[in-house]
Design a protein around this ligand. Structure first.
Ligand code: SRM
Ligand code: SF4
Length: 572
């Protein structure tokens, strides 16, 4: 099966490879470590494995210095991420997540950029109970993190709900069928009897193998004209091709990813490139074989160059395509025409098929909680108690109350009014087009604030926007606390990447439909300079733009930044 003319990079395996190899299919000593009462943390090796179970050990960085001074162990806590293909949850599941966040978490839920829930602040002693209660709600956290295929996303687009329903089924099937086969999760968290090592059961991972993948792997399915899931940022993206209301199949795009490291040009965000078309019945096969190529040729030595995008760029797109077709035993069809219009969400009420209604709610930074003057979490709880449709978590960190029957619509509208839940229409379109990653205080990799800071920065930018009459212009703006790109910053028309506390690199020029990466415009600047730059840029945009021209296109036409034509020239 392995093509000897293709080679994986040479070099000693990274430490994580050793941990996986010694882990006995992701068990390690996790079970024992979780029972150990001496520390509220777990050893590093187990924390690496923990990711495959959907969780990370973190510490509250707001408390880090103080605890260090007092010679106390860091304020350890776990983040838990649910696997929720297509972002679809039932009202009962919503209520369980809400209850668990109050009972074991920090009382909030984070709606993530990959359409799922994260809980923060769970203590070690409560982890097993939390996972068991999630399991009882017919959800799990398997493979939500780790070197495996992650939560499969699909468009939440309410405009073509019959196609959404079909595409969602494919996303769910891919997510389920690509799960690791190890029973480690069931043994450790759900008390299933141990199978590994018993003579009658030999555990194997037919697709992943014992070392799993060199790095995380992400799949998303977009339904044009909406590119809400940023299909070109995925390791493997599928673009639904619909003709006369029928799903014909999918264009296949490979090799996207957003992460990079400051100052290291060998790392860069990249867009997936389209290599052909397949019919729906071939979707799984294409995904599986693509994953095995990355399994066999991905970089297992240097983790920051281990994503599939680097494998594709190193081997060449045509070579990878040929290898895929070789493994499939058939050829992909020619890609079919499609057209994306935007990568943001569409807010408010929309009528779908069978008389069902969908309401997309603006959730700033994806954080669901009861704020002093905005009881978002309580409002959604009351809605979940009477809602008979479902909830859809969007890739822009928003929430859709979906499939509302005409009979229920009035009651839900009343609750929306009572709790002041907003579709964001009272804000500028810029705020509605914003995303911020978690960053501080929980993310161990954050160099600067994102979710906690972007709203107040936007308060100031909104004034500039209004002065220039741009309040209804959708301009995508995204902020991350570090260059890993969890808010897909490189696909924002205005992007900020944290460099140090209060300092950001500023990027401009991505396309509004998610088809072009941005370019660095200013390095290491603080709020004052950010606002100064935006005052100049937005006033020029207001005066000089052409009809219908998006901000990302304008800054390129006006010569403010060069267009990034490929990830490999992102830093030029
Ligand atoms: Fe992410 C690591 C949060 C979407 C690229 N991401 C992390 C960790 C787990 C930090 C860590 O490794 O210690 C963050 C946890 C913070 C916390 O306290 O919760 C984290 N990532 C998130 C979320 C919650 C951001 C959000 O505010 O919504 C998103 C959860 C998605 C999910 O539900 O699965 C999230 N992360 C993304 C995306 C966007 C996407 O997938 O569409 C990306 C860019 C796309 C990509 O993967 O290229 C992304 N996260 C990364 C990377 C860089 C990976 C790379 O190879 O370049 C890291 C760091 C790493 O893996 O070493 C990372
Ligand atoms: Fe953390 Fe960086 Fe991801 Fe933000 S982009 S959540 S700071 S890893």
């Amino acid at each position: 099966m392995v093509n000897n003319s293709l080679k994986a990079p040479e070099g000693p395996p990274s430490d994580v490879e050793r941990i996986k190899e010694e882990s006995n299919y992701l068990r390690g000593s996790l079970k024992e470590s979780m029972l150990d009462r001496i520390s509220s943390g777990i050893p590093d090796d187990d924390n690496r494995l923990m990711k495959f179970h959907g969780s990370y050990l973190q510490d509250d960085r707001d408390l880090r210095n103080e605890r260090q001074k007092q010679k106390l162990e860091p304020a350890y806590q776990f983040m838990l991420r649910v696997r929720l293909p297509g972002g679809v949850a039932t009202p009962d599941q919503w209520l369980v997540m809400d209850e668990l966040a109050q009972k074991y978490g920090n009382g909030t839920l984070k709606l993530t950029t990959r359409e799922t829930f994260q809980m923060h602040g769970i203590l070690k002693w409560n982890m097993k109970k939390t996972i068991q209660e999630i399991h009882a709600a017919l959800l799990d956290t398997i493979a939500a993190c780790g070197d495996v295929n992650r939560n499969v996303m699909c468009t939440s687009n309410p405009y073509q709900s019959e196609i959404h329903a079909e595409v969602y089924e494919w996303a769910k099937k891919l997510s389920n069928d690509l799960l690791p086969r190890t029973r480690a999760y069931h043994e450790i968290w759900l008390d299933e009897e141990k199978v590994a090592g018993t003579p009658e059961v030999e555990e194997v991972e037919p697709m992943y193998g014992p070392l799993y993948l060199p790095r995380k792997f992400k799949i998303g399915i977009a339904v044009p004209p909406s590119n809400d899931i940023d299909v070109f940022s995925q390791d493997l993206g599928f673009i639904a091709i619909v003709e006369d209301g029928k799903l014909l199949g999918f264009n296949v795009a490979i090799g996207g990813g957003m992460g990079m490291t400051h100052g290291d040009k060998a790392t860069y965000p990249q867009l997936a490139k389209i290599i052909g078309f397949c019919t729906p019945d071939k979707l799984y096969e294409v995904a599986e074989k693509t994953i095995t190529i990355q399994r066999d040729y991905g970089n297992r030595s240097v983790r920051k160059n281990a994503r599939f995008k680097y494998t594709v760029d190193r081997l060449g797109l045509e070579v990878v395509k040929a290898e895929l077709e070789n493994r499939l035993g058939w050829r992909l069809d020619e890609a079919k025409p499609y057209h994306f219009e935007h990568n943001g969400d569409r807010y408010g009420w929309v009528k779908g098929i069978q008389g069902k209604w969908h309401f997309t709610l603006f959730v700033e930074g994806g954080r669901v909680t009861d704020f002093d003057d905005y009881k978002l979490m309580s409002g959604l709880r009351e809605i979940a108690k009477i809602h008979t449709g479902d909830f859809r978590l969007t890739a822009n960190q928003n929430l859709m109350i979906a499939n509302v029957s005409s009979q229920k619509k009035k009651k839900i509208e009343e609750l929306i009014d009572q709790y002041g839940l907003t579709d964001g229409k009272q804000y500028t379109a810029l705020r509605r087009s914003s995303i911020a990653c978690v960053a501080l205080p929980t993310c161990g990799l954050a160099m600067a604030e994102a979710e906690r800071y972007l709203p107040s920065l936007i308060d100031k930018i909104e004034k500039i926007v209004e002065e220039n009459g741009l309040q209804n212009e959708e301009i995508t703006i995204r902020m991350t606390g570090c260059p890993n790109g969890c808010a897909r910053h490189a696909l924002a028309e205005i992007g900020f990447i944290g460099k140090a506390p209060g300092k950001y690199n500023m990027y401009l020029g991505a396309a509004f439909d998610g088809s072009r990466l941005s370019k660095m415009y200013r390095e290491n600047i603080g709020e004052e300079e950010i606002l100064k730059e935006l005052r100049m840029l937005l006033s020029r945009y207001a005066k000089e733009r052409e009809k219908g021209e998006h901000f990302g296109d304008f800054v390129i036409r006006a010569g403010i930044v060069k267009a990034t034509t490929d990830g490999t020239n992102f830093h030029d």
